[in-house]
Design a protein around this ligand. Sequence first.
Ligand SMILES: Nc1ncnc2c1ncn2[C@@H]1O[C@H](COP(=O)(O)OP(=O)(O)OP(=O)(O)O)[C@@H](O)[C@H]1O
Ligand SMILES: [Zn+2]
Length: 568
Amino acid sequence: MARILITSALPYINGIKHLGNLVGSMLPADVYARFQRQRGSEVLFICATDEHGTPAELAAAAAGQPVAEYCRQQYEIQKNAGDAFGLSFDHFGRSSNPPNHRLTQHFAHVLEGKGLIEERTDEQVYSIDDERFLPDRYVEGTCPHCDYEKARGDQCDNCGRLLDPVDLKNPYSAVSGSKNVEVRETRHLHLLQEKMQDRIAEWVASKPDWPHLTKSIASKWLKEGLRDRSITRDLKWGIPVAYEGKVREGFENKVFYVWFDAPIEYIGATEEWADAHGENWERWWRTDKGADDVKYVQFMGKDNVAFHTVSFPATILGSEEPWKTVDALKSLNWLTWYGGKFSTSQNRGVFMDQALELLPADYWRWHLMANAPESDDASFTLEHFAGVVNKDLADVLGNFVNRITRFCKARFGEEVPAEGEYSEAEQALITELDGRIKTYTDCLEAMEFRKAFVELRSIWVAGNEYLQIAAPWTTIKEDKDRAAASVRCALNMIALVATLSRPVIPFTADKMFAVFGLDPEKASQWPVSASEALAQFKGGEAFTLPEVLFAKIEDDQIADWREQFGAE
Ligand SMILES: Nc1ncnc2c1ncn2[C@@H]1O[C@H](COP(=O)(O)OP(=O)(O)OP(=O)(O)O)[C@@H](O)[C@H]1O
Ligand SMILES: [Zn+2]
């Protein structure tokens, strides 16, 4: 049995996530995890909130809360939203939890021992009025490149360039607004990535199967040359610069910086999971402790790729310890909101909690995955969303299930009819389904989601077309057995479709299984062949009419939502 470790990029803690975050990391990871479980693989699906860094501190300050309390509340909110969307994490952890502290301090210690971490003197903006250093976003000012006046210390929102806070013109404190600031010297730990250049390049070259987007981003970073980076900050919220309980001298008021500790939380969260369930985390992460047969798959939006192909591997490979590294890295492009940016800071777009107030999770899951920003950016519009829901879900899938269950109840009762044999029309359907299931399975295995869901939709369409050809409502007039066989075939197909659709629309799939009183966990094993799947019900099995699976979205709803979300 294959063992597959799956991680989604860690959602940052500053508020509920938008649909872009969802389709850019957590949702495709969930679909893949569900698919692999249904295939019988041993899956461990891990995610966590990423809780350190200046944005969390600033968001907590804006909310008037201590940062630990802010993170605790936001964690609960994100966890609940994930559950409501059916994200089937085996564990959803927190980067602020103890395992990540221990592991981060461990890696820093080992890397220093290997000569890959060094203490250096840096220049940092210091606020005299606030009596503190102002790292990253704690300082704002005028961008040295484009003269935008509200550039943040780490990045300019106008020209997009990454900045060093000391390069800002007219700097002021984001905490107090004070301009009474100066550049002071402070000691920090630096990760010597330049020394890792050749090792990382060799490791990347050993991954020929990475998708194009992933490869090209990694190559670009390697070409530009890796740079040494500071991995500590003058902040209070974060992982102390300590080892085995002892704080490093001169680092009493400093912590590890978020980009160093966040990816280590993939391992930390696995340890949280193991602690909670009496499991062993090392058999997933240590190749000397049983993880050598694990396939490790990561999911993320394209801005995270460099961190996962270069920076995090520098930590892992630099340690020279037998850690598991990523095998397959699926990266996604941007989902845009009407061609513009989804934005947490500017509250632009639909957010996960709001989405579920409008419609059930599966409507969003289907639309987002069938139109995922895979080969290119993709634009989300409410109009397109409504079109896809109405056509694919209501007209094609919902209609198929509704039509055949109602017809059967009216003419044969609430039981699968046993009469008649499958003949030509059923054989043709089986042949078509075998081909399509193979393509669909291959695409999911390759994580090519758009192609996969074109195929799944074709399977739904094939159900309707079969009914059109078999036309039991006509044949029943002359040949009741023929009609019974057609109805039995179509009812079997509902269960098959539920299995195939479950990775992407799990709530609906379970409603479809419930029609036949089937246990979804058992019934959703990936099909071996269409002929076997369509022979599951032999006749005599009871069923109940399903509720309407999907309601159509009306024009006036779209108009209301456009207004509510300020769609342009
Ligand atoms: N519009 C988007 N489309 C696709 N993926 C996205 C989008 N925005 C963010 N992501 C991805 O979502 C994941 C989680 O992101 P994170 O919580 O760090 O938010 P973020 O990137 O800061 O987004 P924002 O700036 O909107 O808050 C990352 O893998 C990121 O690449
Ligand atoms: Zn700029």
